[in-house]
Design a protein around this ligand. Structure first.
Ligand code: FAD
Length: 392
């Protein structure tokens, strides 16, 4: 590969998707991943139809469809009253409306599908133990600086290096992410340990005051993914720290017995203190651009961070393919992505306040408004998100 190859900092879902999208357009790339091996931590991830629109454009549609569990509903439960507030039916009408399904997958499986696609493609090179610390550029190339002192030259650099992106520090120089004060605990339990009356084929959200619980079946129904979150105003960012069962239970003593019982089955909990950022306009610096969490880190409450990263990848390759120059292509990519991702970033935050964690009359208003919606109204509400593929 010559210097015109595109350098991609980060081999997560966004970085690998970018390499695949570029390869589909005949553009070569080199992925520089900080870790010693390529992989994903954590268990489940939800994928809206917009993710499946992307899989097809990345050339991995069939493999991606093969790894998913297709759930029937998104179900919202009142974690205090122990009753359903509303659900969104994900079966035939939903699929017909958005031309694709809604699914849950194991993160490792999703990353594995993208990684196999990259490994199989002659235009993609992957390099591990390659931490990008910054870059230099002139009018015709970019040099990525690595932590070991080496520099790697390419035609452009895509910063897909996640929440704590070094590339972003240089492009936008906007300080550290915002610590949300929401603490998330993750666990996986064997399906036979999930209370029998809750083994729903749904992504279920139990919403309670300042806390919520999410569960869904995973890995061919062998396990249930549990993600529980407590708004405890944690002041410092934390990622993947092991915590005791008691610590997790402490935040949920005020929810109904059925919801508490789900948590009691969790084991080997790990915790994250969630961070996001306000949307910004500066994603591009000459031949360098941001993508995925590096560009628009968001709370997980719309289950869209990875979906947006894949949309970014598809749009980036499309924009570069159409533009007369690299700089014009990156500018077009940014222009086409910034409002859509800002909308998801801000709505994800708002959903934490107004859907996931309200109390008292605020929660009663949520129940009244969301419970009154018909299935057609839900489909209309979701059209902007699931109807698109991020290219517009
Ligand atoms: C609890 C939780 C639940 C979520 N649920 C969903 C969901 O259901 N659906 C959904 O779509 N999204 C979900 N998300 C969001 C999703 O996980 C992220 O948005 C997505 O993983 C972002 O991908 P990325 O490739 O941009 O960044 P990352 O996944 O962070 O990948 C960045 C990669 O870059 C590497 N790296 C970091 N720094 C450097 C460097 N300096 N040089 C080289 N490499 C570097 C990292 O090792 C990593 O491999 C969730 C997030 C959380 C926290």
């Amino acid at each position: 590969m010559g210097p015109d190859r595109i350098l991609i900092a980060g081999g997560g879902i966004g970085g690998l998707a970018a390499a695949l999208a570029l390869a589909q357009k005949g553009v070569s790339s080199l992925v520089l991943e900080k870790a010693h091996r390529l992989g994903e931590i954590g268990a489940g991830i939800q994928l809206g139809p917009n993710a499946f629109h992307c899989f097809d454009r990345l050339g991995v549609g069939e493999a991606a469809r093969g790894m998913a569990v297709y759930i029937d509903q998104l179900r919202l439960m009142d974690a205090v009253a122990d009753g359903e507030i509303c659900h969104i039916d994900l079966k035939d009408r939903f699929r017909a409306r958005f031309n694709n399904p809604y699914a849950v997958v194991h993160r490792g499986d999703l990353h594995g599908v993208l990684l196999k696609g990259c490994r199989d493609h002659p235009l993609i090179d992957l390099r591990t133990s390659a931490e990008v610390t910054g870059y230099d550029q002139d009018g015709s190339s970019v040099s990525a600086k690595l932590a070991n002192g080496e520099t790697v030259k390419g035609g452009a650099l895509i910063g897909a290096d996640g929440l704590w992106s070094h590339v972003r520090s240089q492009v936008a120089n906007d300080g550290p992410p915002r610590v949300s004060g929401h603490t998330t605990y993750r666990s996986v339990i064997p399906t036979e340990l999930m209370p029998e009356d809750l083994r729903w084929n749904a992504a279920t959200l139990w919403a309670g005051p300042k806390c919520h619980i999410v569960h869904y079946p995973l890995s061919g129904w062998k396990v249930f993914n549990l993600v529980v979150t407590y708004h405890n105003h944690a002041p410092e960012p934390v990622a993947g720290k092991a915590v005791s069962d008691e610590e997790v239970r402490r935040g949920f003593t005020h929810v109904c017995e059925r919801a508490q019982a789900i948590i009691r089955h969790g084991k080997d909990w790990h915790m994250w203190v969630l961070c996001d950022r306000d949307p910004i306009d500066k994603w591009v610096d000459g031949r360098v651009a941001l993508l995925g969490d590096a560009a628009h880190p968001m709370m997980q409450y719309m289950a869209q961070g990875a979906c947006m990263a894949m949309e970014d990848a598809v749009c980036l390759a499309d924009a570069l393919g159409k533009a007369g120059s690299l700089e014009a292509g990156l500018a077009d990519y940014h222009a086409r992505r910034v409002l859509r991702t800002a909308r998801v970033q801000l709505m994800s935050r708002a959903m934490g306040d107004h859907v996931y964690h309200p109390d008292g009359p605020h929660a009663a208003l949520r129940n009244s408004l969301m419970g009154a919606k018909s299935q057609d109204q839900w489909l209309d509400t979701l059209q902007w998100l699931y109807g698109g593929n991020g290219l517009d």
